[in-house]
Write a protein that binds this ligand. Structure first.
Ligand SMILES: NC(=O)c1ccc[n+]([C@@H]2O[C@H](COP(=O)([O-])OP(=O)(O)OC[C@H]3O[C@@H](n4cnc5c(N)ncnc54)[C@H](OP(=O)(O)O)[C@@H]3O)[C@@H](O)[C@H]2O)c1
Length: 381
C-alpha cells in the first residue's frame, strides 16, 4: 500500500507538469497571436476611389509622429445611416492611450503587435451630406454632432441614433468637445455616484476634459461641488460653477476635514484609502481616470474594484462610459438651455491633428478641438 506522503508527492509532481505544459502552450499561443496580429494598413493607398474619405490612420503603436493622412474608401450608406461632413472633432485621453498602445496589457484587446483598428477619434460635429432611405430625423444640410468611431476623418458614416441636432447657441467646436467627456461625466455622477440635489461632490481632476463637464453637470444635478486642480486652472474651475476649489499644489483634500457624499476621481493618482477617507458614511467613490503607468496603469486596481462591485460592495465604483441616445439627448437639452457649456483650451487645424494629440498628452486643460474647413477638406499627401 502507498504511503500518504508518496501519494502527495506524485500529486504535486503531476500538478507541476500540467502547469508547465499549460505555461508552454500559453506562451506559444501568445507568440503566434503576436505575430499574426495585423491590420488593414497594407490595403491603404491601393484603392483611390473618387469618393474617398480623408482620414488619419496609424499602422504601428507609437507617438503622434506615427499618424499619417490616408484616403480610404467611404463605407456604403445603409438605410438607417447618415453621412456627415465634419466641421470639428476633439481629442480624448483614450485616443493617445490607443495610439501608444498603453497600458501595454491592454494590447490583448487592442492588437498585440499592431493596432487591430487603425482609426481613432470618437467625437464629431458637422453637416449632414446624405441620408439613408429609412432616416427620418435628418436631411442634408442639417448641423449635427454625435459620437462614433473613426472620427479623425473629414467624413463619417453612422447610425441616425448616434446623431443629434446641434443647438444654435453652440458652435461646431463646442459641440465636438462634448460626446465622450460629457457622457463619462454624466454617467459617473448619475449612474455610479447616484448624485442628487443636496449632495456634496468632490471632483479630483476638475480641470480636464471630463472634469470640466463633471463640475457643470454636478451643479446641474443640484450638488455642492468642490473641484481639485492645479494653480493655473483654479479660475477656470471656479468659472464653471465649483463652490470651492482646492489647488493640489498647496493643499491636500485627503487631509482636509470636509467630508463628501460622492468623490469622482478623474485622475487615478490617489490610493483608494485616501479617496474613501473623505467620504461621509454610505458615500461613494467613482473611479474614472486610469492613472499612469506604461505596462499596467491602474488596471489591477480597477479589476479588483469591479470584482468587489460584483460581490456587492457598492462604495467604490468603476465603469466604462457608453454612448446611448437618451444621455446624448440629455446633454443636448442642457446645452440648448445654456446649462452646460463646453470649455475649450485650444483648437488645431485638421492638418495638425498629431500636434493636438501631443498637446493633450502633455497636459492641456478642458477640451482640445480639431477643426475642418467648411468646404475644402485637406488633400491626402
Ligand atoms: N472610465 C471611462 O469610461 C473613461 C472615459 C473617458 C476618460 N476616462 C479617463 O479619465 C481620465 C481623465 O480624462 P480627461 O479627458 O479628463 O483627461 P485630461 O483632459 O488629460 O485631464 C486630466 C486632468 O487631471 C488633472 N490632474 C493631473 N494631476 C493631478 C493631480 N495630482 N491632482 C488633481 N488633478 C490632477 C489635470 O489638471 P491640472 O492640469 O490642473 O493638473 C488635468 O486637467 C483619463 O485617465 C481617461 O483615460 C475614462
Amino acid at each position: 500500500m502507498q504511503k500518504p506522503a508518496s501519494r502527495l508527492w506524485r500529486f504535486l509532481r503531476l500538478s507541476c507538469r500540467v502547469f508547465a505544459l499549460l505555461l508552454v502552450v500559453g506562451v506559444l499561443a501568445g507568440v503566434v497571436a503576436y505575430w499574426r496580429s495585423s491590420n488593414d494598413c497594407p490595403e491603404v493607398g491601393k484603392a483611390e476611389p473618387a469618393d474617398a474619405i480623408n482620414t488619419w490612420i496609424y499602422c504601428e503603436y507609437g507617438s503622434p509622429d506615427v499618424l499619417r493622412l490616408a484616403r480610404l474608401p467611404r463605407p456604403a450608406l445603409k438605410d438607417s445611416q447618415v453621412l456627415v461632413r465634419l466641421r470639428a472633432t476633439s481629442i480624448n485621453a483614450g485616443d493617445w492611450h490607443m495610439l501608444r498602445g498603453e497600458p501595454i496589457i491592454a494590447r490583448f484587446a487592442m492588437g498585440l503587435r499592431k493596432p487591430s483598428s487603425t482609426r481613432l477619434g470618437s467625437d464629431f460635429s458637422g453637416v449632414v451630406e446624405a441620408v439613408g432611405s429609412a432616416v427620418t430625423r435628418f436631411s442634408p444640410g442639417d448641423s449635427v454632432w454625435g459620437a462614433t468611431s473613426a472620427a479623425f476623418a473629414d467624413r463619417v458614416v453612422l447610425r441616425e441614433s448616434r446623431v443629434l441636432p446641434k443647438p444654435a447657441n453652440i458652435t461646431f467646436e463646442q459641440a465636438a468637445a462634448v460626446p465622450v467627456a460629457a457622457l463619462t461625466a454624466l454617467q459617473g455622477l448619475r449612474n455610479e455616484g447616484l448624485v442628487h440635489a443636496g449632495h456634496h461632490v468632490l471632483v479630483n481632476g476638475a480641470s480636464g476634459g471630463v472634469g470640466t463637464f463633471t463640475v457643470q453637470i454636478a451643479k446641474e444635478l443640484g450638488a455642492t461641488v468642490t473641484g481639485v486642480c492645479s494653480t493655473r486652472n483654479v479660475d477656470l474651475v471656479r468659472s464653471l460653477g465649483a463652490d470651492r476649489v482646492i489647488d493640489y499644489t498647496r493643499d491636500d483634500f485627503a487631509s482636509d476635514s470636509q467630508r463628501y457624499d460622492v468623490v469622482i476621481d478623474n485622475v487615478g493618482n490617489r490610493s483608494l484609502s485616501d479617496l474613501r477617507r473623505v467620504l461621509k458614511p454610505g458615500g461613494r467613490v467613482v473611479l474614472i481616470g486610469a492613472g499612469s503607468g506604461r505596462w499596467f496603469s491602474s488596471i489591477p486596481r480597477l479589476l479588483t474594484v469591479m470584482a468587489r462591485q460584483k460581490l456587492g460592495d457598492q462604495g467604490t465604483r468603476f465603469f466604462i462610459a457608453e454612448v446611448n441616445e437618451p444621455d446624448l439627448a440629455q446633454l443636448n437639452s442642457w446645452m440648448a438651455a445654456g446649462k452646460v457649456t463646453p470649455a475649450i483650451d485650444r483648437t488645431f487645424p485638421f492638418s495638425e491633428l498629431p500636434q493636438a494629440i501631443r498637446y493633450v498628452e502633455e497636459g492641456a486643460r478642458a477640451k482640445v478641438v480639431v477643426t475642418l474647413e467648411e468646404t475644402s477638406p485637406p488633400p491626402a499627401p
